[in-house]
Design a protein around this ligand. Structure first.
Ligand SMILES: [Fe+2]
Ligand SMILES: [Fe+2]
Length: 167
């Protein structure tokens, strides 16, 4: 029987799962640039940061009328953890393990200070995700492009919520 050689270009990944290795169920995947992979890793760090930051603020936020605000923080923290999961799944598709390191977390003390920090975090995320969308589009990485367009919509909503809470 003739053996089949799979020739991988430098931007392809090797077979990885049991199914791919033993059953030959393997499709060569075009890898995005290392720069885009690094951007996705940074995005995971930012999502981990805010999911921890918001849930700790949910726990620590106190004072008059804090309940609706801390409930909102919990709900957004869960959104952010789901975002981290979705980006990690995209990285996993490329055979890359997502980082477990959050970006620097800033909880703050008074509730108003907390929400100001969060509004800034959302604004930074919005700016960064626009860069990822541009980069993914340039590379023809349309699944990543679509994922970040969806995430961008959520981040804009979070930003609007924090803005409204500060008014
Ligand atoms: Fe997010
Ligand atoms: Fe967000």
């Amino acid at each position: 029987m003739q053996s089949t050689n799979i020739v991988l270009s430098s931007n392809s990944r090797l077979p990885r799962t049991e199914d791919e290795i033993h059953n030959g169920n393997f499709v060569v995947i075009d890898m995005p640039s290392q720069e885009l992979i690094n951007m996705l890793q940074k995005a995971v760090s930012m999502e981990l940061q805010v999911s921890i930051q918001y849930i700790w603020q949910h726990v620590r936020g106190a004072g008059m009328n804090s309940l609706p605000v801390t409930a909102e923080l919990k709900s957004i923290a869960i959104d952010e953890m789901k975002h981290a999961e979705e980006i990690a799944e995209r990285l996993d598709y490329f055979g890359v393990m997502a980082t477990t390191e959050p970006a620097p977390i800033t909880v703050g003390k008074a509730l108003k200070e907390m929400i100001s920090l969060d509004k800034k975090a959302e604004a930074d995320t919005i700016a960064f995700y626009k860069q990822i969308i541009k980069r993914a589009t340039d590379e023809g990485e349309f699944t990543t492009q679509r994922l970040f367009m969806k995430l961008l919509e959520d981040e804009e909503e979070h930003h609007a919520t924090f803005t409204a809470l500060l008014e």
